[in-house]
Design a protein around this ligand. Structure first.
Ligand code: NZQ
Ligand code: ZN
Length: 399
């Protein structure tokens, strides 16, 4: 196990009606509250009514920033930074999914920078740590997917430059997050699927990495993956089930609250490649992951003995593959095939054409250039490897 620090201070209020906790937080701050949300789903799922009631109770001035798009963009963040400065905002309240939360995290960061500093070039592109004492952020989550509600990471698109980059810094961590499953009851099947793909992929990006020694993190990752698969099926069968939606929320939060990456190298190769797809084609993050992930698996599973052993273990422990009389390689392949079959069954896209991306040489080059060297644990994925993986995404994965 590698050395690590574990420090995740996000308080979670889970359950119906928990948005009332926004009142005490807002009341404790003298200034205005910036309410950040997306295209309007929060007005249909009850979250908007709940948070505006909680804010009325607190009595603060409320400034709204709506229209945050999926794959949130730099210009929206800068609009939010201006509002914070103009209105003396002392609390940012993000109500929505990963896009809204990430936009709010960057607004918080942007508001804390000096006049001569540039959010994109000085921080997002360089990864320079955020200053302390940013305007605090609280979250009311409405989609189970990214885990942004319990983490210090955020992802931003600079549309003018077709760049989508992740940024991680502790001061971006939300103070608390409200996980009320009732807000998820309005989620369309497609968004539900993309969210599940994302959280499942998050657990894999941590689990499929060195070292391979005995580590509780890996056992927990397998348990979370099995549970995600159960919640996924339950949400498909009973989309209006509070219990199923609640499980999905807790799954997504635990898939990326860093518990299961402790002691691990991690390997965010699939995410690195996917961000290129959504940077150029503005597709849902989970859709892009579904296309790339099984192909990334096929590319790395025989790259070193530890990889094959791990993929075989995953096939048995997560997918229930019977290993009797089979080689580790065969078991591993069966696991990857079952994963791709499952993605097909739940309606996720498996090829570039299914997400509207042409696979001509010029496009593949452009996407590979954006991905660049995405690193890796079992196998380092260079720009040319990323291109080879993308080129294989013209068909579903086959062995
Ligand atoms: O805009 P509205 O009207 O709110 O509609 C949203 C949006 O169209 C809708 N939605 C959300 N909650 C709903 C709902 N519709 C009906 N009922 C509800 N309860 O869903 C659509 C997608 O929302 P979005 O926030 O984009 O989804 P998600 O949570 O998947 O976030 C994706 C973004 O997060 C980034 C992705 O790259 C992408 O930009 N990620 C952030 C991470 C992080 N901060 O740690 C890690 C991830 O790997 C990911 O990269
Ligand atoms: Zn993701």
């Amino acid at each position: 196990m590698r050395n690590f620090i574990f420090h995740n201070p996000v308080k979670i209020y889970f359950g119906e009606g928990q948005a009332v906790h926004v009142t005490e937080e807002a009341k404790s701050r003298p200034g205005a509250v910036l309410l950040v949300y997306g295209g309007g789903s929060i007005k249909r799922n009850g979250a908007y009514d709940d948070v505006t009631a909680a804010l009325r109770e607190a009595g603060n001035e409320v400034v709204e920033l709506s229209g945050v798009t999926p794959n949130p963009r730099l210009d929206k963040v800068l609009e939010g930074v201006n509002l914070v400065r103009e209105h003396g905002v002392s609390l940012i309240l993000a109500v929505g999914g990963g896009s809204v939360i990430d936009c709010a995290k960057f607004i918080s960061l942007g508001s804390g920078l000096g006049e001569d500093e540039d959010l994109w070039y000085d921080y997002v592109e360089t990864g320079k740590p955020a200053p302390e004492n940013l305007v605090p952020l609280v979250v009311v989550l409405t989609i189970a997917a990214t885990g942004s509600e319990m983490g210090d990471a955020a992802v931003l698109t600079n549309w003018a430059r077709n760049r989508k980059l992740g940024y991680t810094s502790f001061p971006l961590t939300p103070k608390f997050s409200v996980l009320d499953p009732t807000y998820l009851l309005t989620l369309p099947a497609e968004q539900t699927t993309y969210g599940f793909v994302d959280m499942f992929c998050h657990t894999c990006e941590q689990y499929f990495s060195l070292p391979s020694d005995d580590n509780l993190s890996d056992e927990m990752a397998e348990a979370i993956q099995r549970h995600i698969l159960r919640s996924w099926c339950a949400c498909r069968r009973h989309p209006r089930s509070y219990e199923a939606r609640g499980n999905a929320m807790w799954d997504s939060t635990f898939a990326l609250n860093r518990v299961i990456s402790r002691g691990k190298e991690e390997d965010w190769g699939t995410h690195g490649i996917e961000h290129a797809l959504s940077a150029y084609f503005d597709i849902p993050h989970g859709a892009g992951l579904a296309v790339v992930h099984p192909h990334w698996m096929k590319y790395v599973y025989t790259s070193r003995p530890e990889a094959t052993v791990r993929f075989a273990r995953w096939a048995v422990n997560v997918w229930g593959v019977d290993s009797t009389g089979k080689s580790e390689r065969e078991v591993a392949e069966e696991g990857i095939e079952r994963y791709a079959d499952f993605l097909r069954l739940v309606g996720a896209p498996l090829t570039l054409s299914e997400v509207g991306i042409p696979a001509d040489p010029a496009t593949l080059d452009k996407l590979a250039d954006h991905a660049g060297d995405v690193g890796g644990s079992y196998r380092r994925i260079t720009r040319d490897d990323a291109r080879a993986i993308l080129a294989s995404c013209v068909t579903p994965v086959v062995f």
